[in-house]
Design a protein around this ligand. Structure first.
Ligand SMILES: Cc1cc2nc3c(=O)[nH]c(=O)nc-3n(C[C@H](O)[C@H](O)[C@H](O)COP(=O)(O)O)c2cc1C
Length: 227
């Protein structure tokens, strides 16, 4: 199959030729700190300072509750010694998957830095107070959007969504306090494995994986994996 674009042809040959050599950095055992969360924060800081990394806090959340694993991007909204927090709709497909199987994966794809971080852990809902506190900091339009969207359920049309949005705009005009709907809130992911990947020459990448037996033990150990 061949498709002509303004940049040339897209076909099997051109797709196969899409490759980069990785050479920006190395990741050595002597470079990392013993706490993987601190190491993650260091890399997040570097990603946030790199203008080529769009949305450094965007991560791919993968869940596996049945026949197909599913994945989607979400935004990291907190990181602490306990774990990683994101916010979403508690009636969404991802929330249903987490209720069936809380074991999830998070992946930060920092391609412009030839880096990725892959986290395995267990997701649990954060407290209502924490969700309230974060919801209150969101821009008004995002608050209304969260109320108006029955995330992941079938929508009959774009117009139906916009009508619903406008109904909530009337109910909660700009400047008024928008209450957090109970079907919207956060998840905390307590990690058991955090892998740092740095692209290297000849596909001899560096992969350092921290793992521990359970989310509540501080017994992290580091192993190097084949690329
Ligand atoms: C960069 C980016 C960030 C996103 N952040 C969030 C988020 O923080 N929370 C959320 O619920 N959806 C977010 N989304 C939308 C999700 O990817 C997804 O479409 C939605 O949550 C429904 O997923 P589900 O049907 O698997 O539950 C984001 C999408 C992108 C591309």
């Amino acid at each position: 199959m061949t498709l002509n674009t303004s940049m040339g042809e897209i076909n099997r040959e051109s797709i196969r030729a899409m490759r980069l050599s990785y050479s920006q950095a190395a990741l050595n055992e002597s470079d990392i700190v013993s706490d993987p969360i601190a190491q993650f924060v260091k890399w997040l800081g570097e990603a946030s300072e790199n203008i080529l990394v769009v949305e450094p806090n965007a991560m791919v959340l993968a869940t596996n509750s049945g026949e197909f694993p599913t994945s989607r991007s979400v935004l990291l909204k907190d990181v602490s010694e306990v774990g990683f927090t994101f916010f979403t709709n508690y009636l969404s497909r991802k929330a249903e998957a987490i209720s069936k199987n809380p074991k999830i994966s998070l992946l930060f794809p920092w391609y412009p830095m030839e880096r990725q971080v892959i986290i395995l852990g267990s997701a649990e809902k954060v407290s209502a107070e924490e969700s309230d506190e974060y919801f209150a900091t969101r821009p008004w339009a995002s608050q209304i959007g969260a109320i108006a969207s029955a995330q992941s359920s079938v929508l009959e049309s774009r117009e139906a969504l916009e009508e619903k949005y406008l109904r909530f705009v009337e109910k909660f005009p700009k400047g008024s306090k928008v209450p957090r709907p109970e079907y919207w809130g956060g998840y905390l992911v307590r990690p058991v494995s955090i892998e740092f990947w740095q692209g290297r020459y000849s596909r001899l990448h560096d992969r350092l994986r921290y793992s521990r037996s359970t989310p509540d033990r501080p017994d992290w150990s580091v192993t190097r994996l084949n690329p």
